[in-house]
Design a protein around this ligand. Sequence first.
Ligand code: DQA
Length: 143
Amino acid sequence: KTIFVLNGPNLNMLGKREPGIYGTGTLDDIAADCRSAAEGLSLAVDFRQSNHEGVLVDWIQEASQKAAGIVLNAGAYTHTSIAIHDAIRAAAPLPVVEVHLSNIHAREPFRHVSKVAPHAVGMICGFGPLGYTLALQALAARI
Ligand code: DQA
């Protein structure tokens, strides 16, 4: 079974981007973590990043055909995107676990709202890259 691990805007900048908030590890490091966690769970991961909302919508639609679940860090689109919200609804019953590196509830008020959360199985935030491994474990237990 394959899990799509989908990353939204600016996550390609990890390592350079606000390291005080997001740490010094790169997205490639997170991809490597996901691959080794998936191996231990007998899952495969298809790890992707895009800065474009519509591309993320395309990938969620593709996941509904090909994947057993989605780990989604939609970056700032989390807080704004009705299109991503709708894509997750349309992919039902495909399970989606929402991940954020930072604790979005301890940050600016505009980050406290998630348009992904209402249709996610659950949300993990504030644990940095470990959140992705936790999300894969949560999906493995569910599927
Ligand atoms: C983020 C949190 C979002 O608010 C922000 O826009 C990001 C990253 C996180 O992983 O902590 O781009 O999703």
